[in-house]
Write a protein that binds this ligand. Structure first.
Ligand code: NIG
Ligand code: FE
Length: 412
């Protein structure tokens, strides 16, 4: 155990999910466990019988037989946006396609207008920050301790920068870590409908230089109706020049070629992947790209679920995320995503939980989270249930009893 002073003890853990393969892959389950926190990190975790003695007078949480799991790492969200798109949703329920709504000026274009408007509002509750913060706080209440946040509803230099600034303010107010991604290539904005090349030039020459200091990754929506493979390549290569590692929205609505491009450019992740073939899977695997699956989008779009079982069995690292966005997945709960992954995508409960924590951390290149052992961040959820199995057994509610971020209580 490290020398740092212990500042928190968790006892009475009925079931501890460590994700340490030494305790059995993938869960690394330890029963009747305890965990010590020092300086925001796990100082020690294991069977209660192995708990170091002479702890002295240390603050203690008695978990009363509850399960403890790593905090969720939600590696794909668009949680900063203004307004909502319930009207689009109703049109889709009555037969319109996503592409039709978008082409008619709704879809992402409607959220761009609402987000630009919210960015001008100061009124409490209605500002872009407050609207986004409400979602971030609910995510924390559901157990998310790290979230990726994309721009993409500004689609001009000032708008994209403002979104990334808002993302950077969330940790201070909501108590979770944010990893920011520049998604200036979400769609071509209405202003450049007749000048795609002009928009790509603006993105490369003005938006990227202005936004790169506020982001870690560059993403692109590579899909029919958004950006072609050649356009997406241009954006991702330009992002790399500005120090942003690539990730891609790939093969969501059709076989867009995005998955092959992900492998070609060495993308950190390829996201959605609803329409992939064996060649795509082999290419992603060879490139070491993480497959980020978004069951909430398939649910909301009423399309078949992404092929999680095939991807997992092919040996790809799989992450699960909410894709929280106003159009195709207004989902804030990683618990619901886990339930969908088990009930609809065919992952085992242990695999789904791994993908929602450790898998998400791999997709964001964060080695210090998604597991609970000495040295990991003390980001964890105490479930109000004796086993993590309840996450998929009892879908739809909130099973978080307490949520800790770096050993500090942020919910419950
Ligand atoms: O991941 N596909 C692009 N982005 C979102 C949808 C965004 C929107 O419709 O506002 C997605 O599904
Ligand atoms: Fe998305």
């Amino acid at each position: 155990m490290s020398e740092a002073r212990v500042d928190l003890l968790l006892t009475g853990i009925g079931e501890l999910v460590t994700h340490d393969p030494a305790h059995g892959a993938p869960s690394g389950l330890v029963r009747d466990a305890a965990l010590l926190v020092a300086d925001g990190r796990v100082a020690w975790a294991g069977s209660r019988l192995g708990l170091p003695r002479q702890l002295g007078d240390v603050e203690t949480i008695d978990c009363g037989g509850r399960a403890v799991i790593p905090g969720f790492v939600d590696a794909h969200t668009h949680l900063v946006f203004g307004g909502h798109r319930a009207d689009d949703f109703a049109r889709r329920l009555h037969g319109a396609s996503y592409a039709q709504v978008l082409a008619a000026g709704g879809g992402i274009h409607a959220s761009v207008a609402a987000t630009r408007l919210a960015a001008t509002v100061d009124e409490p509750g209605l500002s872009l920050l407050d609207q986004s913060l409400a979602r971030a706080r609910r995510m924390v209440a559901f157990g998310t301790t790290t979230v990726e946040v994309k721009s993409g509803y500004g689609l001009d230099t000032a708008g994209e920068r403002r979104m990334l600034e808002v993302a950077s303010e969330l940790p201070r107010h909501a108590g979770l870590d944010v990893v920011a991604t520049f998604l200036g290539a979400h769609v071509v904005p209405a202003s450049h409908r007749a000048d795609r090349d002009g928009y790509l030039a603006l993105l490369e020459n003005e938006m990227l230089p202005a936004c790169a200091p506020l982001a870690r990754y560059c993403d692109v929506f590579c899909e029919d109706g958004a950006f072609s493979v050649d356009e997406a390549r241009r954006v991702l290569v330009a992002g790399k020049r500005h120090g942003l590692a690539p990730r891609i929205h790939a093969n969501q609505l059709g076989a867009s070629g995005g998955a092959r491009l992900a492998a070609e450019v060495g993308a950190v992740s390829a996201d959605h992947l609803d329409h992939v073939d064996d060649g795509d899977i082999a290419a992603l695997r060879a490139a070491g790209t993480v497959a980020v699956l978004l069951p909430g989008a398939a649910l909301s779009m009423r399309t078949p679920p992404p092929p999680a079982r095939r991807l997992w069995d092919a040996g790809l690292p799989v992450a699960l995320a909410t894709d929280c966005n106003p159009g195709t997945s207004y989902v804030e709960s990683m618990q619901l995503v886990i339930a969908l992954a088990v009930l609809e995508l065919g992952l085992e409960p242990e695999e789904a939980l791994w993908s929602a924590t450790r898998g998400g951390a791999l997709a964001l290149e964060l080695a210090d989270r998604g597991w609970l052992g000495a040295g990991a961040l003390a980001d964890l959820v105490i479930l109000d249930a004796e086993s993590h199995l309840h996450l998929s057994y009892r879908p739809g509610g909130n099973l978080a009893w307490k949520v800790l971020k770096r050993g500090r209580l942020v919910y419950g």
